[in-house]
Design a binder for this molecule. Structure first.
Ligand SMILES: Cc1ncc(COP(=O)(O)O)c(C=O)c1O
Length: 450
């Protein structure tokens, strides 16, 4: 029923395309139809939408009209050079360097990404989760995970939004939300008082303080701590979020999915929420991509997957496409062609596992070396995943500066957590003991100066 409403709205839009639309952008009436669908199908998201989020609707411009012309035999819609039969005409010095399928590599992709890649990514993610039939949306392709987070922020960020973020966290969340219309950052300590467990009570307290609506960022395996929660911690997080009453987006940032070196759950928390969430209050969203999961840092290919299907998914798709079309445009062909070929290759799993083994050896070595340096001036937090170890020191910035100036070594300072982050993903096994030694020395020297 509601799906029909969206479809009818879409075809009516198409017939009513006129100069006004081209010049003025989408008509509010179209957005209103979409908002009604979202209110019925994704109530938690509907309650979180900002004024900008409410106004978003995919315009009936070139990608819209070109997609409609796909079924006709003569297609003079889109501004890309082809052989007149839909084939690419790349320049030879570029073409000869890439063995991927020319059409996928060199021509424009749909704004949401090619259906085949979106399906392949969903299959891949479901397989990783051990839930081949899980009912979730088709992943929406983005320009890396940063853009995926940006799209969510674009839907909901305004002065009434509270963004629940652990301290420390990946620094860029703050910037993304600030550029998208703000919101209030509500911080809680990542670790509890023992410094060994995820701070469930801190999250609970932050949730109690939510004013109207929230985005709750959950990033596991975590950057910058490298922490991976236990089965019990995951269950407690899901229960906690389901018990609170304010509308909230649960943003599962799965950038480091799969990079786990201990006997802890490897799957995304998104799947736990998918199976168990109160749709009136919660809208679980999964953000992931090729960046770390396929060791393809330059790809600029990420995805937004969520729990809405059918009409709700179609309505939200319009808002996601609208934002992408109006900012970065359609996603990058060469990266997506490489990814799609990789996902279809049976060699992908063993290749990832080889890298995982390599990283596990680095993690174990760094863990042992940091334990040897541990003392009042240097306290390593537990780390079981992602690419990082976080170490508590007396003055993080002073330790970072000392390492740069006296020890020819670079780390990242998280001053708010009084800790430094060591990215062992970019250290080889020969260097790791030396890095731990230098860090220990710098941390002790800084502590002695205090
Ligand atoms: C936790 C987390 N989320 C998102 C990103 C952004 O990934 P991308 O480079 O694909 O934008 C990063 C990158 O370091 C990250 O650490």
């Amino acid at each position: 029923m509601i799906g029909d409403t969206v479809n009818r709205a879409a075809s009516a839009c198409c017939l009513r395309y006129d100069l006004f639309t081209a010049l003025q952008g989408p008509r509010m009436s179209d957005a209103s139809a979409i908002n009604r669908v979202i209110a019925a199908e994704i109530p938690a998201l509907s309650r979180c939408l900002s004024e900008l989020g409410k106004s978003l609707v995919f315009p009936e411009g070139i990608p819209f009209q070109a997609a409609q012309a796909k079924r006709v035999s003569i297609n003079a819609t889109i501004g890309q050079l082809t052989d007149g039969r839909g084939g690419a005409l790349p320049l030879e010095p570029l073409r000869k360097r890439l063995q991927t399928e020319p059409k996928r590599t060199w021509l424009y992709a749909p704004v949401a990404g090619p259906e085949s890649l979106r399906n392949a990514w969903r299959d891949h993610q479901r397989k990783l989760a051990g839930q081949p039939d899980a009912a979730c949306s088709l992943p929406f392709t983005t320009h890396g995970l940063t853009h995926a987070i940006d799209l969510i922020a674009g839907l909901v960020a305004d002065d009434e939004l509270d963004i629940l973020l652990a301290t420390p966290a990946w620094e860029n969340y703050g910037l993304v939300f600030r550029l998208r219309g703000g919101g209030r950052m509500v911080r809680y300590n990542f670790f509890d008082d023992t410094g060994t467990r995820f701070n469930i009570d801190g999250l609970a307290q932050a949730l109690r303080g939510v004013r109207k609506k929230a985005v709750v960022v959950l990033n596991f395996p975590n950057n910058p701590t490298g922490y991976v929660p236990t089965v019990e911690e995951r269950a407690a997080i899901v229960t906690l979020l389901n018990e609170q009453q304010k509308p909230a987006i649960v943003l599962c940032d799965d950038a480091y999915q799969g990079w786990v070196y201990a006997d802890r759950p490897k799957t995304s928390l998104f799947w736990d929420f998918l199976a168990n969430h109160n749709a009136e209050h919660l809208f679980p969203v999964k953000v992931d991509g090729a960046t770390k999961e396929m060791v393809f840092f330059s790809s600029r290919v990420g995805f937004v997957t969520h729990t809405a299907t059918g009409a709700g998914e179609a309505a939200l798709l319009s808002k996601l496409k609208c934002q992408t079309r109006g900012s970065v445009g359609c996603p990058p062909g060469p990266s997506m062609a490489l990814m799609e070929a990789g996902l279809a290759d049976p060699g992908l799993k063993p290749a990832f596992e080889e890298r995982l083994g390599q990283m596990a050896r680095r993690q174990k070595l760094l863990y042992d070396c940091l334990q040897a340096e541990a003392g009042p001036a240097l306290v390593p937090f537990p780390f079981h995943g992602a690419f990082f170890a976080l170490v508590k020191v007396v003055d993080a910035e002073a330790v970072r500066q000392r390492l740069l100036e006296h020890y020819d070594t670079g780390v990242i300072a998280f001053q708010s957590a009084s800790a430094v982050r060591v990215a062992f993903c970019s250290l080889n096994e020969e260097t790791i003991p030396e890095v731990a030694k230098r860090l220990g020395a710098a941390a002790r020297e800084v502590a002695a100066l205090q």
